[in-house]
Design a protein around this ligand. Structure first.
Ligand SMILES: NC(=O)c1ccc[n+]([C@@H]2O[C@H](COP(=O)([O-])OP(=O)(O)OC[C@H]3O[C@@H](n4cnc5c(N)ncnc54)[C@H](O)[C@@H]3O)[C@@H](O)[C@H]2O)c1
Length: 277
């Protein structure tokens, strides 16, 4: 359904890999809502992913960049402004990667080179994006910048590994930069803490299927899907959320406020009966 919420808005969307990606769903919704944007991902992702199909559907140019490289990011912002003939209105950071998760290194046995990479790719890249944008004066006043986070930033979840530390830093960057960018340019910076979601990055999390089932049973509204995350992101990019900034907003069907639900209790009691017998 099109509400024309992003009519006339220009943006940059980082992190669409394939049709399961949260960034892919957000790009498709932004297109429906009337936005124009560029797409960016790593050269490897461009080779192995399906981003060109999305680019065709959304009439968007794809600009390759490693989000840990400041020169690459400068190129993305400069080229986007060139294409649009001026500043942009929204940026999506939908990037995450941990080699420790990929290589199944436990949190008490991480490889520190991998750990640095996790933090650089999944969190510091957000700071780099914001600093590059600010130095180039690339974002219009009252623009909106969003990154995707996860509740492991606040609570310990088995298997999420060093990504938990990366998400804690990501959310902190949103607050620290949000203050400066808000004060000087009225630019909003927020993170969305999304439910576990079946994507390429999501599938890498140890025990993801059990986690998805647990959070579904614990949340009064059930898990939030990638499509629902896209809807919510559109609102945050739009002028309807002009005074929302420096927030980490849970988009998780209520999971973050729960301790025990009726469904989870029934399941728990069943397990107890089985072990008691
Ligand atoms: N899937 C989940 O369960 C879930 C839950 C909460 C938050 N998130 C977050 O959502 C975001 C998007 O992940 P997703 O689930 O859509 O998975 P995804 O695998 O589709 O997206 C991750 C993206 O990060 C990109 N990327 C990796 N290294 C990069 C680099 N150096 N430079 C630029 N891009 C790089 C990948 O190419 C990919 O497009 C991530 O921040 C993830 O942590 C995911």
């Amino acid at each position: 359904m099109n509400h024309h919420l992003l009519e006339g808005k220009k943006g940059i969307i980082f992190g669409a890999l394939d049709s399961k990606s949260i960034a892919w769903k957000i790009a498709a919704r932004a297109h429906e809502e009337g936005a124009v944007f560029t797409l960016s991902n790593t050269p490897v992702a461009l080779r192995f992913g399906e981003i060109n199909r999305l680019a065709e559907e959304c009439h968007a140019e794809v600009i390759p960049a490693d989000a840990t490289s400041v020169p690459d990011l400068e190129h993305v912002f400069r080229r986007s402004m060139e294409i649009f003939g001026g500043k942009i209105d929204f940026v999506l950071h939908s990037i995450g990667m941990s080699m420790n998760v990929r290589k199944q290194r436990d949190y008490d046995d991480v490889d520190y080179d991998y750990f640095h990479k996790t933090i650089d790719i999944s969190a510091i890249s957000f700071h780099k994006m914001l600093q590059v944008a600010k130095k180039l004066d690339a974002i219009n006043n009252w623009g909106s910048v969003l990154a995707l986070s996860y509740i492991a930033a606040q609570r310990t979840l088995v298997g999420y590994n060093d990504m938990a530390d990366a998400k804690a830093l990501l959310e902190s960057i949103a607050r620290s930069f949000g203050y400066i960018y808000g004060r000087e340019k009225q630019i909003r910076i927020n993170t969305i803490s999304q439910s576990p979601t079946r994507t390429t990055a999501g599938s890498g999390i140890k025990g993801i299927e059990g986690l998805l089932d647990f959070t579904e049973r614990m949340s009064p509204l059930g898990n939030a899907t990638a499509d629902e995350c896209a809807d919510f992101s559109i609102v945050l990019f739009s002028d309807l959320a002009r005074k929302v900034t420096m927030q980490n907003i849970y988009h998780d069907g209520g999971f973050s406020s729960m301790a025990m639900s009726q469904k989870a209790m029934i399941q728990y009691n069943k397990c107890l009966e089985e072990t008691d017998n």
